[in-house]
Write a protein that binds this ligand. Structure first.
Ligand code: PAN
Ligand code: ZN
Length: 196
């Protein structure tokens, strides 16, 4: 592990960082029950387990004081009416924040806290999004052709809790009913009072 300061460059236009230690890929099959239209999901998966998004991480020790950073690239596409998106998660250490810097593309970050408050912010090039401690976050690519590329940084001891979102969903969805992106309520969302 590097003990001296280091730099890395972003290679436009494909946004592949020049220094990457870890490449994570997520395909459709890792998103069971996450998209609203289960039938569209099954039909798509039957045809091909396509790549939805990729993460390029700069590896550091996952301990307090360190920072984890990297690039998240969500590819364009839809499952039914719903745009391609990341799984989304709370941080295991709930009281940890994250910063996203949008490099390329168009989309949204859907967020919510354990009390059920929600927020949706637009992502576009050069926009910085601060995700405060306690807020789950999911990025969504609403572009028709282009990747949504962001640079993120968060405390290295934060960890990822995917299970909570897998069960309760996000309160808001971003869909296309024919007129471009629309933020709508998720009919399958489990409100705090309905959780066990
Ligand atoms: C990001 C995310 C990345 C992929 O690095 O991990 O965008 O999203 P999922 O982790 O939800 O699949 C981050 O928020 N880290 O904490
Ligand atoms: Zn995070």
């Amino acid at each position: 592990m590097e003990r001296f300061p280091f730099v890395f460059d972003i290679c436009y236009p494909e946004i592949k960082p020049s220094r990457v230690d870890n490449h994570i890929t997520r395909t459709l099959s890792s998103m069971q029950n996450q998209f609203l239209d289960l039938q569209a999901f099954d039909e798509m998966l039957l045809a091909e387990d396509i790549l939805l998004y990729e993460v390029y991480e700069i590896k550091r020790p996952e301990i307090e004081g360190e920072l984890l950073s990297g690039f998240s690239i969500v590819h364009p596409g839809k499952v039914g009416k719903e745009y391609f998106m990341t799984k989304g998660h709370f941080h295991t250490v709930l009281e940890t924040a994250e910063i996203y810097f949008c490099l390329k593309g168009q989309g949204y970050m859907v967020m919510e806290n354990p009390e059920g408050d929600c927020a949706v912010e637009e992502l576009k090039p050069n926009r910085v999004l601060y995700v405060p401690p306690r807020w789950a976050h999911r990025s969504i690519n609403t572009g028709s052709q282009e990747d949504l590329a962001t640079f993120f940084v968060y405390p290295a001891n934060a960890g990822h809790n995917y299970g909570t979102i897998e069960v309760q969903g996000f309160r808001k969805l971003v869909v296309d009913n024919g007129n471009g992106p629309e933020i709508v309520d998720n009919p399958r969302w489990l409100a705090p009072g309905a959780r066990k």
